[in-house]
Design a protein around this ligand. Structure first.
Ligand SMILES: [Zn+2]
Length: 485
């Protein structure tokens, strides 16, 4: 696992804050220069005596503005919301409590109290939110999405027709759908890098309604899953990412490059993949030296590594190299389970992706023969291998591969996890506490406790009684702001 650095423990929005700070420090020297020039001009025009008067008037204006600003900030000092929860699962894994009051101030939870307490107790302007008929829990977290794309008959041609700006606009739309479905945090594991980092930062700045995004940079090998495929040679040359690598040294370079341009986490493709239009199976594709160099480099830079892996030898090689999460894990075997438990790495099952590609292979004809064959085989095998891994006590974090499935239907994963034998309580934990731990944000997300961010959702039925309740979220708050009610 990664040693926590102060930076990696704060995680999301890092890049956004850096941009903001940079702008401020660039502006200030400019302001100094303007003031100096203006003062000199005034001195020439008005003379020394008049200048003293001007300075006095200016100082009074500054003071008046300061007083006004202080008044304003007092008026907006605390944005307090008081939520009355009919049933509250504050800490997934524990038993929910009925008739609870959650106090939210300036985006964070400040108190969780027994009984319904009047909003006026917490401030004259405190707003009450009535969820007395609802089941209330922390916002869900999806550890594997592709927020920029949605698989379908036209996705191949769209890749060529849509500009980067089009893709960015589309991803704003998908991000909103995801948030309104109750997912307040996602980890994006594969996108056009510049656009996904801009989306992440736009959400963090409050410009866009979307989930908090932990964004990856992808590192893959030539011709492997994650490299470009299925196009004319000249187009493939043009679109090959600069983080495609071969050999340990080159993969070290690619990892550094991904972090340099903004990756919060490194996504690698340890094995072949279903949706690569190549007949190269789902076996190990990244060599052991390449895996090792990516892990060591990423961890040294305070970044975790998520490995796409289907075949057991690829899962096991990635786990031995020190990976933090295995995505899909379709053919995890006995040795995989031993390694998962030894390292504490998470399995992110993405059963919804398997279910989706099997249905597409059977009911549509847009998949190439190579993709169709892999979809039917792998998609059909994911569930049984996941069931064994769960029973054996492997750490599991919720993840869907949304973008293969439709954005906003992420909670369908929970229904499939239940079908595979996972308990409702463990499913809720995988989508909150465990996911927060995987992205090193357990101190601010995953439960509803004093000091944590107010990412809160509600539904009309208890998902502990019927897991499908998660597919009908009726209330969404993120960072204290209500997005759905
Ligand atoms: Zn994926």
């Amino acid at each position: 696992m990664v040693a926590k650095t102060p930076e990696s423990s704060t995680g999301i929005g890092l890049q956004a804050r850096r941009v903001g700070d940079g702008q401020a420090s660039r502006l200030l020297p400019g302001l100094d220069l303007v003031v100096t020039v203006l003062t000199a001009v005034c001195r020439t025009m008005y003379g020394e005596e008049k200048m003293k008067k001007i300075a006095k008037t200016a100082m009074q204006a500054v003071l008046a503005a300061g007083v006004a600003a202080a008044g304003l900030s007092a008026a907006f000092a605390a944005d307090i919301k008081v939520i009355h929860a009919g049933e509250l699962l504050a800490v997934p894994g524990q038993t929910p409590k009925s008739e609870q009051t959650l106090v939210v101030a300036d985006g964070k939870i400040t108190q969780v109290l027994d009984g319904y307490r009047a909003a006026s107790e917490f401030g004259a302007d405190a707003a009450a939110i009535d969820l007395k008929e609802q089941f209330v829990m922390p916002g869900m977290m999806d550890m594997h999405v592709h927020i920029q794309m949605e698989l379908g008959p036209n996705s191949d041609s769209q890749r060529l027709r849509m500009s980067d700006a089009d893709v960015a606009m589309q991803s704003v739309h998908y991000a909103e759908q995801t948030l309104l479905a109750g997912f307040t945090t996602v980890r994006d594991l594969g996108a056009r890098p510049e656009q996904i980092y801009a989306l992440r930062d736009g959400v963090a700045r409050g410009w866009i309604a979307g989930p908090r995004i932990v964004a990856s940079g992808g590192v893959s090998v030539t011709g492997g899953h994650g490299d470009i495929d299925g196009m004319r040679a000249d187009l493939m040359e043009k679109y090959t990412a600069k983080t495609i690598c071969d050999g340990g040294d080159d993969c070290r370079r690619a990892t550094r490059r991904a972090v340099k341009f903004g990756a919060d986490v490194i996504k690698i493709t340890a094995t072949g993949g279903v949706l690569s239009d190549t007949n190269t199976g789902t076996g190990q594709q990244m060599a052991n030296d390449e895996l090792k160099e990516v892990m060591d480099t990423a961890h040294g830079l305070g970044r975790k590594v998520a490995a796409h892996a289907h075949a057991a030898e690829g899962i096991n090689a990635a786990l031995r190299a020190g990976v933090d999460s295995i995505e899909h894990g379709s053919y995890a075997d006995k040795e995989s389970i031993r390694l998962f438990k030894e390292t504490g790495a998470y399995l992110v099952p993405t059963l919804l992706a398997g279910d989706t590609v099997v249905k597409m292979a059977k009911n549509s004809d847009f998949m190439s023969p190579a993709i169709k064959a892999k979809a039917l085989r792998v998609g059909g095998d994911m569930m049984s291998h996941f069931a064994v891994a769960y029973k054996e006590g492997v750490n599991i974090a919720f993840g869907t591969d949304s973008g293969v499935s439709k954005h906003g239907t992420n909670a369908d994963e929970a229904v499939l996890m239940k079908q595979a034998g996972m308990t409702e309580a463990d499913i809720l934990k995988s989508a909150t506490v465990n996911a927060a731990d995987l992205i090193d944000m357990g101190d601010s997300l995953g439960t509803l406790e004093a000091g944590k961010l107010a990412d809160i959702i509600a539904m009309n039925k208890s998902p502990l009684e019927d897991i499908a309740a998660l597919t009908d979220v009726v209330f969404v708050m993120k960072g204290g702001k209500v997005y759905k009610k």
